[in-house]
Design a protein around this ligand. Structure first.
Ligand SMILES: NC(=O)c1ccc[n+]([C@@H]2O[C@H](COP(=O)([O-])OP(=O)(O)OC[C@H]3O[C@@H](n4cnc5c(N)ncnc54)[C@H](O)[C@@H]3O)[C@@H](O)[C@H]2O)c1
Length: 257
């Protein structure tokens, strides 16, 4: 058991079949007590119920700093400490920059980026006091390169990378580590979209020409590594978990004869 008796919050883990749910499931299987945080209380209860007594549902809108503060302030006395926070909530409103409205921009920035800041800030207090902790932020390949139609999302996810690095260097020697994972197409809902639309089919073909889609469990395995003491010397890292796709320079397609 790599997380025996560790206390973890995983935001956005009420989404059945999502990355957060897979992280929560893996953490519980490794001995952690997990707070299944989601804006949708019923979904959080359903996932926590399925995971058993070591999962606790928690309704929280992570785009609201008061709710994030209240969650951490509630979890710490309930369990005595907070060892792991996974800032997993993220979503997009698709649209080219030239068409993107202010409301959509702020909605995505609040949900993906401000939420991560609120989580880091809230968790640092108990983690710095106990002189240990691991914060893992979920970014995206769209945070390290341009993706058409994902302008607000990519900007937010690039911000998540920056927040990770700043939080890591600001907390050197505190015992708290902050790292970041960049998943690629890893959920059934996303891969279902690949089959449902022409641009989705083209996206899948482009991915599969070089690599493959992933699974929530493969993302959860990387998050487990960053949460556990196996990564004690890993801090401020930005880890793509994407079958290598983000390391490829797309415009060069030469073969070696
Ligand atoms: N799905 C992919 O393949 C993929 C690829 C790259 C990056 N990511 C990133 O991985 C993370 C998880 O993605 P997913 O597709 O598994 O998500 P998902 O849509 O399956 O689940 C997200 C959950 O977050 C909850 N949520 C939404 N807004 C919230 C809020 N304000 N407060 C609390 N909970 C909220 C939703 O109710 C949902 O249960 C996201 O940050 C996403 O950007 C996913």
């Amino acid at each position: 058991m790599r997380l025996e008796n560790q206390i973890a919050i995983v935001t956005g883990s009420g989404g059945a079949g999502g990355i957060g749910e897979a992280i929560a499931r893996r953490f519980v299987s490794e001995g952690a007590k997990v707070v299944v945080c989601d804006i949708d209380e019923e979904k959080a209860q359903a996932v926590a119920g399925a995971l058993g007594p070591n999962a606790t549902p928690w309704a929280c809108d992570v785009s609201r700093s008061d709710q994030v503060e209240a969650m951490v302030a509630g979890v710490v006395p309930m369990f005595g400490r907070l060892d792991i926070l996974v800032n997993n909530v993220g979503f997009t409103v698709p649209g080219f920059l030239r068409d993107l409205g202010d409301e959509a921009w702020h909605h995505v920035l609040n949900g993906c980026l401000s939420s991560t800041f609120y989580g880091i800030r809230a968790a640092l207090k108990p983690m710095r006091e106990q002189k240990s902790g691991s914060i893992i932020n979920i970014s995206s390949a769209a945070g390290i390169g341009g993706a058409p139609g994902l302008g607000a999302y990519g900007a937010a996810k690039a911000g998540v990378v920056s927040l990770t690095q700043t939080a890591a260097v600001e907390n050197f020697k505190s015992g708290v580590r902050v790292n970041c994972v960049l998943p690629n197409a890893a959920t059934k809902s996303l891969t279902a979209w690949f089959d449902a639309t022409e641009s989705g089919r083209k996206t899948r073909a482009a991915i599969e020409a070089y690599s493959r889609c992933g699974s929530p469990e493969e993302i959860a395995a990387a998050v487990l590594f960053l949460a556990s003491d196996d990564s004690a010397y890993v801090n401020g890292t930005v880890l793509p978990v994407d079958g290598g796709l983000s390391s490829r320079v797309a415009c060069i397609d030469a073969t070696i004869e």
